[in-house]
Design a protein around this ligand. Sequence first.
Ligand code: ATP
Length: 321
Amino acid sequence: MSMDDTVRAAIPAELSGMVRSAKFADGIATIIADASGLGRSAAAQLQSELEQAVGAVPEVSEVRVALMADKVERRIIAVGSGKGGVGKSTLTTNLAVALANAGRKVGVVDADVYGPSQPLLFGTQNEKHRAEGQTLIPTETEFGVKLLSMGQLIEPGRAIAWRGPMVGQALGQLIEADWGDVDTLLVDLPPGTGDVQLTMLQKFKPAGALIVSTPQDLALIDATRAMDLFRQGEVPIIGLVENMSGYICPHCGETSNPFGHGGTESAAQGLGVPFLGRVPLDMAIRVASDTGQPPAANDLPQGQPFAAIAEQLSAWLDRSA
Ligand SMILES: Nc1ncnc2c1ncn2[C@@H]1O[C@H](COP(=O)(O)OP(=O)(O)OP(=O)(O)O)[C@@H](O)[C@H]1O
């Protein structure tokens, strides 16, 4: 057996699939391994396990491990709205879960400084974010989606006092975290066109933006303003989503239209952007969301509108790859 083979044989079976080459010369073992898709901490663990295993070979006085990684191409999708309370966060959570169910590697950045609600929606509000040095480690939710939230960087109630540069810095920490193999990062923006939106356009330009509105004229005017900002920043508008479109009565199942109906679809037509679909105002969506059980995670009828919109988003991601 050559010394190269001896070094290779010392590598534990579960790691050998990642090892691209193992060489030995002058007491030094040089291992090249493929760490594609591993997060920073998993890659560090791979390195130390290789060093230990190969270092145990008596002839080896030094182990040099080089880790290669395919750079994950990660696209940012901004989810915005003109005004608050239209269901932007609920949509973000459920689209993320539906995309993950369809096999994508999905992360959510909760950049809503003024009302960070993703930890509640994913049921992770009792978990603290971890960090390695300056790098945040996203929380693994039980729905196969990774999550980082402004809510865990800021004390509740302090957000209002935040100025532009602080917001920009915090957003940078969230977006440049250790996302590992995540290829699609949905960013839940605060409503309107403020500091977070500007920082996103200047520093972390999204691949596309999705805008949520309710059917009323007022909400639509605000949504148009939000869309204009992305257009000015040359971010493609993936489409408009109408939320709270039609109320499903929990008693009789009949649908009524407290906020009107179809306004978003005709606004989308008028603005020349795709209409991606509507989600009804359904108490079951609110109840499931408040208990950290996104409707899209379960095979419930309430999950279907989200799954249909996620399919369109997925098709857009494929087309623009
Ligand atoms: N389709 C729906 N049916 C029933 N309730 C909904 C629906 N969409 C959202 N909600 C509820 O409306 C409230 C506001 O939703 P959400 O937090 O997602 O809005 P938002 O636009 O992100 O608001 P903000 O900007 O204030 O964070 C929540 O209580 C949520 O559960």
